[in-house]
Design a protein around this ligand. Structure first.
Ligand code: TRP
Length: 343
């Protein structure tokens, strides 16, 4: 009997493992379908474009981590210094037993500075589109913070997603959105995202990191590093299309092009065809004229006043903000008012 039970258990475990494997495969298939669909659409548009979310496979995430340590790329070290200096202030606003939800969490470096300053952080929910990268980083964090519940969520946080329900006796739910990723959205999408935050973080708050408007030279250098890491990151979207979708981009016939568009207050990143060429993706072919670009990303730059206006429009209430002496970068506290039935 016991043997039979053990046998049934083993069979159940095999079933579960097979299910998990099938689920993982289904997720990969869906992701590839989306990529193919979006790439087709983007290459068919009059101004060719692709969403920056497709930069982030394992290699793209690793390249991104290297960008963050480049001498020209001031945002990461400026934001880290702000966190180092002001995390105790932020933690005081968060209160005891708070939980942190991080959007586009990546390698989970920045949140450590918050967690270290917080009074008994209750739970940390990092959300990221790159599952393998996220789960690896979550394992590392669990080792370093044994008392902390770490519940990674593999999801596209620009779409709808469901957060686990609040834990009993938990403190505030505080969103963390560093890195000026908000600037990679179009203004309409940024507003939509903040709206969604106002809703999902009701009764809590959002800590938002944003890169500020500054000298075009400084901005230009940050996205045109001497070692060409940003260029490799930019090209990774084509590398991925070749590997995952069987496309045939001649990656080195596309030049990295990043420049500051001052009237629109944004860095634009493109891949520029250095010659007339044709690219096959699935059953379709797309032609590029010499000098024609695939627009891969924008990085909008902000003012504190502009961000406060945007926040108010989204139903968030501006609180304190922290910035460096040169006003290169800014972290803002935005309250998400409780819903009326909660209040
Ligand atoms: N959001 C940051 C920025 O816009 C980081 C970033 C996203 C980035 N994509 C990038 C940096 C591409 C360099 C290149 O600066």
């Amino acid at each position: 009997m016991k043997d039979n039970l053990a046998c049934a258990d083993a069979a159940n475990n095999v079933d579960r493992a097979n299910n998990a494997e099938a689920n993982a495969q289904a997720m990969v298939a869906r992701a590839q379908n989306d990529f193919l669909h979006d790439l087709h659409q983007g290459l068919s548009a009059p101004h060719k474009r692709i969403s920056p979310k497709y930069f982030y496979d394992v290699q793209g995430s690793a390249l991104f981590d290297r960008i963050c340590t480049l001498p020209e790329y001031y945002p990461t070290r400026t934001e880290l210094a702000l966190l180092q200096r002001y995390a105790p202030d932020m933690a005081a606003h968060m209160g005891a037993q708070a939980e942190v939800v991080e959007f586009g969490a990546g390698s989970l470096h920045k949140v450590r500075l918050l967690l270290d300053a917080m009074d008994e952080p209750r739970r940390y929910i990092p959300i990221d589109i790159s599952g393998a990268h996220l789960n690896g980083a979550a394992r590392g964090l669990r080792q370093d913070y044994p008392g902390l519940l770490v519940e990674p969520l593999v999801a596209d946080y620009t779409q709808d997603f469901t957060l686990p329900p609040a834990l009993p006796t938990a403190g505030k739910r505080v969103g963390f959105f560093p890195g000026s990723t908000l600037g990679n959205f179009e203004p309409q999408e940024a507003l939509r995202f903040l709206h969604q935050c106002a809703h999902t973080l009701q009764g809590g708050a959002l800590i938002l990191g944003a890169d500020l408007v500054k000298s075009p030279d400084v901005l230009h250098a940050a996205y045109n590093d001497a070692q060409g890491v940003t260029a490799a990151f930019n090209r990774n979207v084509m590398v991925r299309a070749n590997r995952e979708l069987g496309a045939n981009f001649m990656v080195h016939d596309f030049a990295h092009s990043a420049f500051y568009n001052a009237p629109l207050r944004r860095i634009e990143m493109h891949l520029m065809s250095t010659r007339q060429q044709t690219v096959r993706v699935g059953d379709s072919t797309f032609s590029f004229a010499q000098g024609e670009t695939l627009h891969t990303e924008n990085s909008y730059k902000f003012t504190v006043e502009g961000l406060h206006q945007l926040a108010l429009q989204a139903g968030l209430k501006p609180g304190p903000f922290w910035t460096d002496p040169e006003q290169q970068f800014c972290l803002l506290w935005l309250d998400a008012p409780p819903s009326r039935n909660q209040a």
